[in-house]
Structure formats: structure tokens, C-alpha cells
Design a protein around this ligand. Sequence first.
Ligand code: PLP
Length: 395
Amino acid sequence: MKYPKDGRFGEFGGRYIPETLVPAIEELEENYLKFKDDQRFKKELDYYLKVYAGRPTPLYYAKNLSEKLGGARIYLKREDLLHGGAHKINNTLGQTLLAKKMHKKRIIAETGAGQHGVATAMACAALGTKAEVYMGHKDMTRQELNVFRMNMLGCKVHPVKSGSKTLKDAINEAIRDWITNVKNTYYLLGSAVGPHPYPVMVRDFQSVIGYEIKSQMKKINKTPDVVIACVGGGSNAIGTFYPLMDQNSEMIGVEAAGKGLRSKMHSATLSSGSPGVLHGMMTYLLQDDEGQITKTHSISAGLDYPGVGPEHSYYKDTQQVKYHSATDADVIDAFLMLTRTEGIIPALESSHAIAEAIKVARKTKRSESIVVTLSGRGDKDVQEVQKYLNRHEQN
Ligand SMILES: *Cc1c(COP(=O)(O)O)cnc(C)c1O
């Protein structure tokens, strides 16, 4: 759906917000609609994406991995090579530039593992504006390095000590700040989630991934048979899928099955959740019978979210996209296999997509092609992987 005027993808999406936020959201939508097709805005954003973030990213034929598996040719969309090491900068540059056009003096954001916080701090430093980031207290201790990074980048980090002291509480706190400081503050959301127009806007900023894949595949006279991306909030996946919707490719989003879907220690929202309302949107959620959000788990902090972007919920129900999941164990195997065959260390988030590609490749013909979005690099994850290996006494 190009731009759903009512902000609905079928029954999903919408705008479940307190009255005090309505003017701010309307102002945001008005400005997004004004600038998204504005030639000067697009030129300026393209410039930063190119010379600051490092676009276009290569589409790499993973020859060693493909030959090892003996099936389809696997192509990796190298978002891991972007500045900051992940796709998140595509969105933070877009929204920071928009905030500047809106003359907002102050940018706030939420962050879970700290990746979005760092990407926000970078974009704000580059474009010369101030950032403040809300982060769960528990996440701050788990992801200390990213807290230091944000501090170095001149960004203030607010510890959130309410609730579970993690991402969903940080979002609640950021929304509270926004309500209080609506006039001069821009809320920079980190994934294709939240009230309309955030899911569409973040998708559009991330769609640069899918458009590049389209033209890069065209150059080698191919259309992908299968396209795979990991799904946390769903921004790298929707940015990959949306521009390729007209290509008859099979699309697969991969969620975190953690310790297994039956263990309840997972964050596979679409695979095992049910519709409800959270953070301003109607979407699939992990919730109990009373509608309380349940605890999530994933070996990758970036996929550890109990909701998902509403456009994915819609594509799940229309079956335009399939949603599968990968367990922590599958993910570690995929991480090691890509690292050792190609010399590319993938983020644990991205390793979910690699795990699915490995499964699919084994069932496909050599003439077919699979495109996998490698959303980020895994330098941040090597300690986590080592810990996992020590625990499981592999190697
Ligand atoms: C944050 C992150 C994700 C998950 O976010 P989406 O909005 O689902 O894309 C995936 N991969 C990496 C490397 C990340 O940093």
C-alpha cells in the first residue's frame, strides 16, 4: 500500500494516541507529505546517504556459501557496510533532516540495545542538531559500550527505571517527553512501528535498500526467486520487500524463535502472537489472555520487541509475505558459517535471515537466486557468541 490515507493496512496500523499528541502527529504527517517528494529534500538526503553513510551498498554474490550449500546462488545486500554498521542510519538521516526542515530544536529517541540511539546520535551530530535518548536502565548496563558511544557523540542518555527497564518502557518514556514538549521536540522512532505516519515514513526511508537490490539484480539480468530479511520491528525487512512486491519473488521475514516457539522465550510476534494495540498501532503482539505484554527473549537484542510493524501484520494475513523464525542455536550456526565461508561477520539479528537462507538454499536449484538483506555487522556480537559457545561447549 503506497500511502494509506487513513494510516491503515487492512485492520492494522492506525493511530491509537492520546488527544494531546494529535496536533504533533498531524504536523508530522503534513510535513512528511510536503517534503517526501520535494526535490531539494531528496537531493540533500541522497547526498548524506551517499557520502556520509556509504550508499549504494554492494550486492555481494556469496560464492563460497552458495557452493557449500549446493543450491541457489545467494546474494547478500551489504547494509553491514554502512556507517555505524547497520541499516539504521538510512532512517535516522531521513528523519533528522525532516526534523530540521520542521525547525524542531530538540530530537528525542528511544533505544533498546543502543543501536538506534547511536545511529540517531550520529545523524544528529552530522546534521548539527541535538539528540536525547531514552534507554531502559537494564539495557544501559547490558549495552554499556553503546552508552559511551552516545555520550561521545554529544547525546544525552536518559535512564528509564520504570517497568521492565527495557525497550518498551523507553518508548513509553519517550512518548511522555514528547507529550510534554510537543512544540520544540521531534520524536525520532527507530523502526517501522508506532502511530501513522511512522510505519509508512520509516518504510519509505528504508526502501532505498529494496530499490537498490532491484536495480543491482537487473544489471545481472536476474529477478530474485526468494528474498529474505530479519524482522524485529520490521524496518529493514519492509524496506527490502516493499520495492520488490511487483516481482513475483517469494518473500520471507524471519523472526527470533529464541529458545523455541513453545518455550515462550522468544520474540516471534507474527509466528505466535495475536492482534492488539501497543505504542499507538494495531498490530500482532506477544500478549497474555488479559492483553498484558509478555516477556520476550532473543539472543540478538535488536529483535527483542513484543510488537511488529503493522504493514507486516497485514502481509502476514494476506500471505504476500511468509514469516518464519530461527532459534538461537540456528542463528549461532548461521553466524559461524557465514563468518568462516565468506569472511563476513554478520550481526546476530541478520544471522536470523542467513539461517533461513541456508535452509532455503538446500531446497533450491542452482539456477535460482536468493537475496538476503544483511542488516548489520556482527562486531558488536562476538562476545555474546563466544559466551554462547562456552556455555554449549561446542568447538
Ligand atoms: C535494529 C536492528 C534490526 C532490527 O530492526 P528492524 O526494524 O526489524 O530492521 C535488525 N538488524 C540490525 C543489524 C539491527 O541493528
